[in-house]
Design a protein around this ligand. Structure first.
Ligand code: SF4
Length: 382
């Protein structure tokens, strides 16, 4: 069961309540380089990004946000640290949301209050982002003190269980993150501002999971899920799938970002794959392909990768299977909207459970793509 959160809007995208879990990403370009930033956002839109965030480290970056916004089609979120004047300018430029970590605003609560007032005037949302990185050092210090105190009072050096210590440290850190987020929310609520979503990110999935779980027991503001600094494509995708997947399976999370040290366009398919796996979104291709083995009779890895690449921009929900031999091939291919079951240099093409024809290996790709195209609306079939 999805946890019931209050609904807010970022531009025209609803977040929380019964809205679909929204997929977002962040540009890697220098925001002031308008051409590159717009080009990257348009590429993100093509693969299904629904909200995009850009970094605003300097006033030069803030001042081009209006121009960027005019040329894109999805809500624009300004990512601000330290200097609240950047947030105020971003809001003047017409962004749809600002992402703030109130803990690192130089002028603290007073600065947050100015941002809140500006958000209220323009009717836009704010993400309160609490990151474990900024609280981590303090917790480590507290833990060291705890260990030392125990040694003094016992009179002997007692070795604690490292796993137990890590768990305790994690819980403490998560609790501090949640308390900080709730404190910042209360500052906003005192100004009667409620268009808030919250993120509680950590590069350690277990810490993030703990923090999001705790927060969701104490508040109904919508949650932006992310495992921050998750790493390069493979480790980052796996960490995100584990961290986000566990929370989403528990009904927690209203919008997600998969953070990868890779082109941001690569984050989007990973996000949708996580959501499709949990049957939370069904956009695009649900892809089944066998890993191949000693029984394989076609080059299943090459065909599967090429089919996946060629269908990366499809938005219509469609189920495609590419299977290597007769053992599991016909069953999976028959269950798909379009399936290929390989065998001895040729393959059987299925469409909606029916055999359409048998084709030689060199025609696999064209045959699968042709059948998929016949099931897509015209604008996607081209
Ligand atoms: Fe191996 Fe055939 Fe199964 Fe593919 S479908 S993994 S080739 S047995």
């Amino acid at each position: 069961m999805r946890r019931k959160t209050r609904q807010i809007h970022v531009g025209d995208v609803p977040i929380g309540g019964d809205a679909p879990i929204a997929v977002q990403s962040m540009c890697t370009t220098y925001t002031r380089d308008v051409e590159s930033t717009v080009a990257q956002i348009l590429r993100l839109e093509e693969v299904g990004c629904e909200l995009v965030r850009v970094a605003v480290p300097e006033m030069e970056d803030a001042l081009v946000l209006g121009e960027i916004k005019k040329r894109i089609h999805i809500p624009l979120i300004a990512d601000i640290h330290y200097n609240h004047q950047l947030a105020l300018e971003a809001i003047r430029q017409g962004v749809d949301c600002v992402r703030i970590n109130p803990g690192n605003l130089i002028h603290g609560r007073k600065a947050l209050e100015e941002i809140v007032k500006a958000c209220k005037e323009r009717g836009i949302a704010m993400r309160i982002g609490v990151n474990s990185g900024s609280l981590d050092a303090l917790d480590k210090q507290a833990q060291m003190q705890r260990i030392q105190i125990r040694r003094r009072s016992d009179g002997v050096v007692e070795r604690s269980d490292p796993a137990e210590e890590r768990r305790r440290e994690r819980e403490q850190l998560a609790e501090r993150m949640v308390n900080k987020a709730l404190e910042y929310i209360s500052w906003c609520e005192e100004l009667d501002f409620h268009e808030i979503k919250v993120s509680l990110k950590s590069s350690a999935p277990l810490t993030a999971i703990e923090a999001y779980r705790r927060f969701s027991q104490r508040s109904d503001y919508p949650l932006h899920l992310g495992i921050t600094e998750a790493g390069t494509l493979v480790p980052g995708a796996v960490k995100s799938a584990v961290g986000l997947g566990i929370l989403l399976a528990e009904g927690i999370g209203d919008t997600i970002r998969v953070s990868l040290s890779a082109e941001p366009e690569q984050e989007i398919p990973v996000a949708y794959e996580i959501l499709r796996s949990l049957e939370l979104r069904n956009r695009g291709v649900t892809f089944v392909s066998c890993p191949s083995c000693g029984r394989v009779e076609i080059d299943v890895i090459e065909v599967a990768n090429e089919v996946e690449r060629r269908l990366a921009k499809v938005q219509t929900p469609i189920h495609v299977a590419v299977m290597g031999c007769v053992v599991n091939g016909p069953g999976e291919a028959r269950d798909a909207d379009v399936g290929l079951a390989g065998g001895r240099g040729k393959g059987v093409i299925f469409r909606k459970g029916q055999v359409v024809r048998t084709v030689p290996e060199e025609e696999f790709l064209d045959a699968v793509l042709k059948e998929v195209a016949s099931l897509l609306p015209e604008h996607e079939a081209r």
